[in-house]
Design a binder for this molecule. Sequence first.
Ligand SMILES: Nc1ncnc2c1ncn2[C@@H]1O[C@H](COP(=O)(O)OP(=O)(O)O)[C@@H](O)[C@H]1O
Ligand SMILES: [Mg+2]
Length: 287
Amino acid sequence: MANKQGPVCVSVINMKGGVGKTTVAASLALYATGARPFYSRNPRKVLAIDLDPQANLSQALMGGTAYRRLLEDKSPSIVEVFKEYQPPTSDKPSPTPLNIRDAVRSVRSGLDIIPSRFDFSDNLIDSIKPDPRVLARLIANNFQDKDLILIDCAPTESIFTQAAYHASRYILVPVKPEYFATIGFPLLNDSLTKFRDENQGHLIDVIGVVINNTTYQSSNDGGPESKRAKVEIHEEADKNGWHVFGHEIYYSRGFPKMMRGDFNNLRNAHLFTLFASEFFGRLFDGG
Ligand SMILES: Nc1ncnc2c1ncn2[C@@H]1O[C@H](COP(=O)(O)OP(=O)(O)O)[C@@H](O)[C@H]1O
Ligand SMILES: [Mg+2]
């Protein structure tokens, strides 16, 4: 795809855990690059960035074995990106400049990831106060050849949420249709309002809310609790002027399997594709 304007940066955020942020980020990254089982016909160049110390996105996209090797080898990760140097090692007895290419892992053709590490936030917040603009600068200086940058965030607001905002044009909000589904909406809205006030000239918007992990078939409405939750999701999104995507992501045991590296069981991949094409239509064509 011709890319004159540089990549579009999207952060996947919800201040609630377990709603599918990582699943949606991984699936969109795979879909966008034309990976199985989605087979998009318009493959794009994607950089995924894992900002969650749980490192679920890193494990899902790199695979458990490669991810364990990264930890064992103490290879550069998002930790060194925020530190902006590599600490002394047995080979190099002084801090050395970080070569960003060392922190970027190739997942498949067109898809790279900057992985996270379990000690990510402890390591940084306890020792030094990281600069929340590091990520934005990194993208500006190194990744203008990408079409899409997808940032997976932790559910708690921290300096890294701020880093994600600084790097992003859009926020995607996955939500699970359950009791208290929208508990994180006001937090996110307030936090974005504050960010906009403090960073005038930085355009940042919620591209939409996607309802994830609903029941398997669209013919099954998920029961009264799920129905009530969906009404509430629409009402609360409306209050903030947020779009709700028309296509939902259905429940499939294939998603947890995919996150463990088994890509052969996503039987309703075509249903995810409906949401994904709606998402990319809105993102790239404003439609
Ligand atoms: N559509 C879905 N169908 C089935 N399981 C899902 C779906 N979305 C998420 N899950 C599962 O729910 C759990 C939480 O999802 P995850 O993406 O890790 O959420 P978050 O990143 O918001 O904490 C994971 O075990 C994941 O595999
Ligand atoms: Mg997650």
